[in-house]
Design a protein around this ligand. Structure first.
Ligand code: HSE
Length: 435
C-alpha cells in the first residue's frame, strides 16, 4: 500500500505540471484542505514545471518547485502523484514509475489513458495502488465514476457525446452567425479557446481519445485508436448549417460508442446532423454533454464544463479525496457479459445529407437519383439551392433514408464521376434517435 500519508497524517501531493490546471489543483489544496481545518488533510509537497522562473497562478513555495519529475515521484513525502502534463510520453513513463514506486496516481491525461490505459491500470493493480482519471474525459463532468461504479448493473447500449469544447464553440458560432470555419477558428484562437495548432481538436483526435476511454469502461473491450472512425470539422461549411436548418437539424461533432450482440461495437467521431428536437442539439459553446443509455436505467444525461482550470481541478480533487478516504479499487466498468466484436464503419447505418454542386440542366437530378438507387439508397428529400444563373450552377441537397455506409461510399464515387456534377461538396451523417 502506498505511503499516502506522512507521519502527521497529511497526504503529500506531487504535481507533475503547474500550468493553469495544476495551479487550480494547488489552490484547491491550499484553500480547502489545510491541515488544521479539513477532514482530508492534503499538502502540495513537490511540483514539476518546465521553467521555474515563469510566474504562477498560485502562491507556492518556490523551494518545492523543480524541473525533475523523477525526483518528485521518488520524494518519500509524496503519496499521490497528480499528472497534468498530457500526451503519451513521457507521461506513460512517469505514471508507470510512480505506480511501481507504490504511489497512487491521479491523471487528467486522455491520450495516455486511451493509448496505454490498460497497461497502466494493470500496473496499478499489481502494485496495489490506485490510478484514477475522472478529469481525462469531460473536464468537470463526472462520467468515469458513474460508468465505473453507479452503472455497473447495466448493459450499456450507447454512449453519445459532445466531448470537445473547442469544436463545439466553433460549430455553435458557425450555426449562430453564419460564419465560415476558418474565420471562427481564428477568433477562437485569439480568445484562447483553440490552440495555435488546432489539429488535436478540429481533426477529432481529442474526442477520439475520450470516446475510447469511455468505450473501454462501458464495454470492457479495448477500443484502440485505429479501430475508431474519425473525421474532423474542417469540411463543415456555413452553407451546411443553412441547409441543415431548413431540414430541421444543426451540426455537432459527435463521439459515439454503440454496441449490441447483433452489430458488435462501433466507435466513431464525426460531424453529425442532429435534429433540433433532441437535447444534444442545444448543447452550445464550450459545454460538453454525454448521453449514456443503459438497459436498466434508460437514457442518462451528463452536461457541464468540459475543460477549464476549476472544473478540471474539481474532477482531479474528487479523485484525490477518494484515494485519501480509502476508495476501493479502480472498479471495472459496466455489466457486459462478454467482449463485443469490433464492428466496421462500413456497416454503419444512418440517414445521410449530401451537398453537391451541379450544372443546372435537365436530367442531373435523375442521374444522381439513379446512382443512389443503384446503391440501394432511397431519397427522403431534395432541395435545389443557391442557383447561379450566370454560371449555370446550383447546389443540390439530398437527404436520404437510412442506408449502409459502404453503399453510400460506393454511391459517392459514382456521383463524383457524373458529367453534370461539378463536385460532391459534403457528405454528413445524421444521428438518428429512437422516436
Ligand atoms: N481541448 C479540449 C477541448 C479540452 O476543447 O475540449 C481538453 O480535453
Amino acid at each position: 500500500m502506498a505511503a499516502a500519508r506522512t507521519d502527521n497524517q497529511v497526504t503529500g501531493i506531487g504535481l507533475l505540471g503547474l500550468g493553469i490546471v495544476g495551479s487550480a489543483v494547488a489552490r484547491a489544496v491550499i484553500e480547502r484542505h489545510r491541515t488544521e481545518d479539513s477532514s482530508a488533510s492534503l499538502k502540495v509537497v513537490a511540483a514539476v514545471v518546465r521553467n521555474t522562473s515563469r510566474p504562477r497562478a498560485v502562491d507556492i513555495d518556490s523551494s518545492i518547485v523543480s524541473t525533475d519529475p523523477k525526483s518528485v515521484i521518488a520524494n518519500p513525502e509524496v503519496g499521490i502523484v497528480v499528472e497534468l502534463m498530457g500526451g503519451e510520453e513521457p507521461a506513460f513513463d512517469y505514471i508507470t514509475t510512480a505506480l511501481k514506486a507504490g504511489k497512487h496516481v491521479v491523471t487528467a491525461n486522455k491520450e495516455v489513458m486511451c493509448k496505454r490505459g490498460s497497461e497502466l491500470l494493470a500496473t496499478a493493480a499489481e502494485n496495489n495502488v490506485k490510478l484514477f482519471y475522472e478529469a481525462s474525459v469531460g473536464g468537470g463532468i463526472p462520467i468515469i465514476g458513474p460508468l465505473m461504479n453507479d452503472l455497473t448493473a447495466n448493459r450499456i447500449q450507447s454512449v453519445r457525446a459532445i466531448i470537445n469544447g473547442t469544436t463545439n464553440f466553433i460549430l455553435t458560432k458557425m450555426a449562430n452567425e453564419g460564419a465560415d470555419f476558418n474565420d471562427v477558428l481564428s477568433e477562437a484562437q485569439e480568445l484562447g479557446y483553440a490552440e495555435s495548432d488546432p489539429s488535436a481538436d478540429v481533426d477529432g483526435y481529442d474526442a477520439l481519445y475520450k470516446i475510447s476511454v469511455l468505450a473501454r469502461l462501458a464495454y470492457h473491450t479495448e477500443v484502440p485508436v485505429d479501430v475508431i472512425y474519425r473525421e474532423g470539422i474542417r469540411e463543415v461549411h456555413a452553407k451546411d448549417f443553412r441547409y441543415a436548418k431548413e431540414l430541421g437539424f444543426t451540426i455537432k461533432l459527435l463521439a459515439v460508442a454503440q454496441a449490441s450482440n447483433e452489430t458488435g461495437l462501433l466507435a466513431r467521431v464525426h460531424p453529425a446532423l442532429i435534429s433540433f428536437d433532441v437535447p444534444m442539439a442545444s448543447v452550445n459553446g464550450v459545454l460538453n454533454a454525454v448521453e449514456v443509455e443503459g438497459d436498466m436505467v434508460g437514457p442518462l444525461w451528463f452536461q457541464g464544463p468540459g475543460a477549464g482550470p476549476e472544473p478540471t481541478a474539481s474532477a482531479v480533487m474528487g479523485d484525490v479525496l477518494r484515494i485519501v478516504k480509502g476508495a476501493p479499487s479502480n472498479g471495472s466498468g459496466t455489466a457486459t457479459t462478454q467482449p463485443f466484436e469490433i464492428a466496421s464503419m462500413s456497416d454503419h447505418f444512418c440517414q445521410y445529407y449530401i451537398r453537391i454542386t451541379v450544372s443546372d440542366q435537365a436530367g442531373v437530378l435523375a442521374n444522381v437519383a439513379r446512382v443512389l438507387g443503384d446503391a440501394d439508397i432511397s431519397i427522403n428529400s431534395v432541395l435545389q439551392k443557391d442557383t447561379d444563373i450566370e454560371n449555370g450552377h446550383a447546389d443540390l441537397v439530398i437527404m436520404t433514408h437510412p442506408a449502409r455506409e459502404a453503399n453510400m461510399q460506393k454511391a459517392v464515387s459514382s456521383i463524383n464521376e457524373l458529367d453534370s456534377v461539378l463536385r460532391l461538396d459534403n457528405l454528413l451523417r445524421v444521428e438518428n434517435y429512437a422516436e
